[in-house]
Design a protein around this ligand. Structure first.
Ligand SMILES: Nc1ncnc2c1ncn2[C@@H]1O[C@H](COP(=O)(O)OP(=O)(O)OP(=O)(O)O)[C@@H](O)[C@H]1O
Ligand SMILES: [Mg+2]
Length: 378
């Protein structure tokens, strides 16, 4: 570390660290974790600013919790570095113990201390005078709407209330980084939405950098400013939720966020021919297969008028006919499954209203061309 001395007013030299520092609150560089010969985390790099929520999103077993554990300091990386506020806390020859990292942790299997009151649970990790601690406990319990519960014991609280106490406890020491590992997964949907939004606004208010692990894309999109999509130990895409949803890197990334329809075709002269007309496949060699991927809500449906469908348009390409296999009402939308006449393939469309056509009804389907993705098959 490079330091320079500056003479201060009282004649003592002040030392300033002049090492070029990153402004990131948390930075993870080239993280790798090997278990029994297998890399379960591979070259993971992340950078989090204060007040920013990053969702670490991926399927079960992809290495999310392992990444979090290494950042928290409860596991050791095989390679790579973790930096907090410009200081290396884990890296070659460096290991700062978990309690010195000022990281707040909130895990799914959070456990409140059963023999301590709600107030004492929240005060547990706090230092300072009695009055300061009391004040912080009351502030936080008020924030999570549990001010009146300060003298109750965990067993007297519902699951959701306990979770809010756990949130208050994790926030109490003002961690500059908050690591959350599926913290809301034990809650029913209604409760979860409320607590999630509450947690998010408190975390933003407190200015913590948050890394939220989840395997639910909706949760990630709802809470995170940025999403790092992880698969088999690697981050395959990183960006704003809007970009991940609307510009996925591949078929798997698209399919992770919603059900998708896949229409395949073989490329000839940078084009592929399908029941829905031609699609551009620039740069894809002739003879390769491409997958045209479209979410159910981006299929258009129109009626059959004596065997004739709507005319092709630039926006929707060619319409193709299919027979309804089944239609299901699922609340805010209906799902209609079609068998396409041309090749027998099955497509699913989501329609926003109660539109429940009978099986075997012929209908015409088109693809919103601005919403489909064309991926070369790997
Ligand atoms: N201590 C360990 N020893 C051996 N293998 C481990 C260990 N911890 C994790 N793994 C393996 O590493 C992989 C990643 O595990 P991890 O817990 O990070 O996944 P995850 O993404 O958090 O999954 P989930 O969404 O199910 O919690 C898994 O295949 C797991 O079996
Ligand atoms: Mg996990």
């Amino acid at each position: 570390m490079e330091t320079i001395g500056i003479a201060s007013g009282d004649g003592k030299a002040l030392k300033m660290d002049m090492t070029p520092q990153s402004t990131a609150r948390l930075e993870v560089r080239g993280l790798k974790r090997n278990f029994g010969g297998l890399d379960v985390v591979r070259d993971v790099s992340l950078s989090l600013q204060a007040g920013q929520v990053t969702g670490l999103l991926g399927p079960s077993g992809c290495g999310k919790s392992t990444t979090l554990r290494i950042i928290a300091g409860v596991d050791h990386q095989t390679e790579g570095e973790v930096w907090i506020d410009g200081q290396m806390v884990a890296g070659p020859g460096v290991f700062v113990p978990p309690e010195k990292r000022h990281i707040g942790l909130m895990f799914q299997d959070f456990a409140l201390f059963p023999h301590l009151s709600v107030g004492d649970n929240v005060a547990f990790g706090l230092s300072g005078t009695r009055t300061e601690k009391r004040q912080r406990v009351y502030t936080l319990l008020d924030k999570v709407g549990l001010g009146k519960f300060v003298d109750k014991f965990p067993h007297e609280l519902s699951g959701g209330e306990q979770q809010r106490v756990a949130l208050a406890r994790a926030l109490a020491p003002k961690p500059s980084i908050m690591l959350m590992d599926e913290p809301f997964s034990g809650l029913d949907n209604r409760l979860r939405d409320g607590i999630r939004d509450e947690a998010l606004s408190i975390l933003k208010e407190e200015g913590a950098a948050v890394l939220l692990v989840t395997h639910e894309p909706e949760e990630a999109m709802r809470m995170a400013d940025e999403i790092a999509l992880m698969r088999a130990g690697q981050i395959v895409q990183h960006g704003a939720p809007y970009n991940l949803y609307n510009a996925p890197v591949d078929l798997q990334a698209a399919a992770f966020f919603s059900d998708v329809n896949v229409i395949s075709g073989v490329v000839d002269g940078a084009l592929t021919q399908t029941a829905f007309g031609q699609f551009l496949a620039p740069g894809v060699p002739d003879g390769s297969t491409v997958d045209i991927v479209i979410r159910p809500q981006h299929l258009k449906i129109d009626f059959d008028r004596g065997g004739v469908g709507p005319s092709p348009t630039l926006d929707h390409g060619v319409w193709a006919r299919g027979l309804v296999k089944r239609a299901r009402f699922i609340g805010k939308e209906s799902l209609v499954e079609f068998q396409m006449e041309r090749d027998g393939s099955i497509l699913t469309a989501s329609v926003p209203s109660v539109f429940l056509p009978k099986p075997d009804t012929p209908l015409w389907i088109a693809i919103r061309r601005d919403r489909c993705f064309v991926f070369p098959r790997r």
